[in-house]
Design a protein. Structure first.
Length: 94
């Protein structure tokens, strides 16, 4: 089963801002990181339920999951055949 992926503009901006932060030190690393994050997000189109429930779900209770990649976390939930990205945590953010 293939899922659609929905990335709200707010989350896309969070990812872009983190890439710009990385670019302050090394622009080539930032470009690779940016591509890697979107490649990881795209893997959610196949079997997103492989990712565990996030600690945030304990308080919200509607199936918030997380995909961890390096030091970043992608928070999302699955609604029918759509993966909805709800937040991005980069580096040392909580």
């Amino acid at each position: 089963m293939s899922y659609n992926i929905e990335i709200p503009e707010r989350v896309a901006m969070q990812i872009k801002e983190h890439a710009l932060y990385i670019a302050k030190d090394k622009s080539s690393v930032a470009l690779q990181w940016y591509d890697d994050i979107y490649n990881k997000i795209s893997t959610l189109s196949d079997f997103p339920l492989r990712c565990p429930l996030a600690i945030e779900d304990k308080h919200l209770g509607f199936g918030i999951r997380h995909l961890i990649t390096g030091t970043s976390r992608i928070l999302f939930y699955v609604d029918n055949k759509t993966v909805v990205i709800v937040d991005f945590k980069g580096g040392g953010q909580r």
